[in-house]
Design a protein around this ligand. Structure first.
Ligand SMILES: Nc1nc2c(ncn2[C@@H]2O[C@H](COP(=O)(O)OP(=O)(O)OP(=O)(O)O)[C@@H](O)[C@H]2O)c(=O)[nH]1
Ligand SMILES: [Mg+2]
Length: 391
């Protein structure tokens, strides 16, 4: 599957940059392309300069709101981010459209952090624009939810997140939810290692996107998972997970025979990877709430067998009994079985519900603040009405 990836704001830009690296890896290691274009859009010029892999020209690192923000961001005001995106949407769409391989794009993936101003404001507007212009293409969002410490120190965090989630959900074909806090749960040092978190966020997409683009027969599985399968699965709130389990690289001669013991080692390793994928999902959710799911097993061809595929299918059926499950096998890798899982069309996501509930109290407070600020401004302006101006 080939995606055009567009990141908004600092978070979105950095993750789009990570997707650009993913594509470079696919090209280098496998000779295939999975990203038709990677773009970063921001109101902040400094943030755009901090990227590594996205092409450094103005058609790939796109500045919006130049006049309004003078290149310095929107300071968490997502209304302003949205307004700027509306004004400059043509500039962004033109840049995406003129990318060399744009015509190969299966779907768009738009990325942003929900708590900021530029990304969370621009995301829903740009999704809407792309949907209007490309009615035949799916438009997916990847929304990064803030760390807990951000929620404690800044009330705008909750408000922006809730507003972004609601707006994006109403226009996107599917929304990948990625909870920053999940990535520091096990390893607290990651809080200060955003680059590592971004790698972990993007990693599950590697085999998922590559599997359907393979051209060599030896890398095409018994059941190839292609763009159609992925698009049939993606709908509404979505979680993605990834797990891997090393296989012994060297086997003793007696283990090479297809005996029951070897089979059980593979199955055990496969289940271990699947278990990791379902417990390390990008957002905490109950798999029972999922109506569509997908799993992809990637393993060396000689380790792949129907038993393994079936066992993993049974496992996923057990945790997500209500879901229509699609699957694929991808004969690749050495010394490893890995599993990618998508749980989609989630009927309920507790974290999203909590943002909506918590923002209710803040909406009033923020509106009041805005009104007071506007009133103060008008009082000052009123007082100046008899003073002449030099302009
Ligand atoms: N995973 C991840 N999260 C990030 C990254 N950068 C920022 N965030 C999170 O994203 C949220 C929004 O921050 P930014 O992306 O900096 O905001 P912005 O869209 O640039 O908006 P303004 O700076 O307000 O104009 C915050 O909650 C951050 O924790 C990143 O590189 N990776
Ligand atoms: Mg910013």
């Amino acid at each position: 599957m080939k995606l055009a990836v567009i990141g908004f704001g600092q978070c979105g830009g950095r993750i789009a940059d990570e997707f650009a690296r993913l594509n470079r890896r696919a090209r280098g290691q496998r000779g295939i392309e999975v990203i038709t274009g990677a773009f970063a859009v921001n109101t902040d010029t400094a943030d755009l300069s901090g990227l590594y892999t996205i092409k450094p020209d103005y058609q790939h690192r796109i500045i919006i709101g130049g006049e309004k923000t003078k290149g310095h961001g929107v300071a968490k005001l997502s209304e302003l981010g949205a307004e700027i995106a509306r004004e400059d949407s043509d500039k962004v769409v033109d840049a995406i459209r003129s990318a060399k391989r744009f015509f190969e794009t299966d779907a768009f993936l738009l990325v942003a952090g929900a708590a900021g101003g530029t990304g969370s404001g621009a995301l829903p507007i740009m999704i809407q624009q792309l949907k209007e212009r490309y009615a035949d293409k799916a438009v997916y969002a990847l929304i990064v939810l803030p760390f807990e410490h951000e929620e404690e120190t800044e009330e705008r965090t909750i408000y922006n997140t809730a507003v972004c989630l609601k707006s994006v959900y109403s226009v996107a074909d599917a929304v990948f939810l990625v909870d920053n806090q999940r990535y520091v749960r096990k390893d607290f040092s990651l809080r200060n290692n955003i680059a590592k978190i971004n790698e972990l966020i993007v990693e599950p997409f590697y085999n998922l996107l590559c599997a359907g683009e393979e051209k060599k027969a030896k890398h095409i599985g018994a059941k190839m998972l292609d763009a159609g399968d992925i698009m049939q699965t993606l709908s509404g709130w979505t979680a993605i997970g990834y797990g891997k389990s090393p296989l012994p690289l060297i086997r003793l001669p007696f283990e090479r025979t297809r005996n029951f013991r070897k089979k059980s080692i593979e199955t055990h390793k496969g289940i271990q990877a699947m278990d990791e994928a379902t417990s390390e999902l990008s957002i905490h959710c109950n798999p029972r709430d999922s109506a569509r799911a997908l799993y992809l097993i990637t393993a060396p061809a000689k380790e792949m067998n129907m038993d393994l595929i079936k066992e993993l299918g049974d496992y996923l059926r057990g945790v997500a009994p209500e879901a229509i499950i699609r699957s694929g096998d991808y004969p690749r890798e050495r010394g490893m079985i890995d599993v990618t899982v998508i749980l989609s069309q989630l009927r309920d996501v507790e974290k999203v519900r909590t943002y909506y509930a918590r923002s209710a109290g803040i909406v009033e407070a923020i509106k009041r603040k805005q009104e007071t600020a506007a009133r103060r401004l008008s009082v000052t302006e009123e007082a100046s009405k008899d003073v002449p101006t030099l302009l």
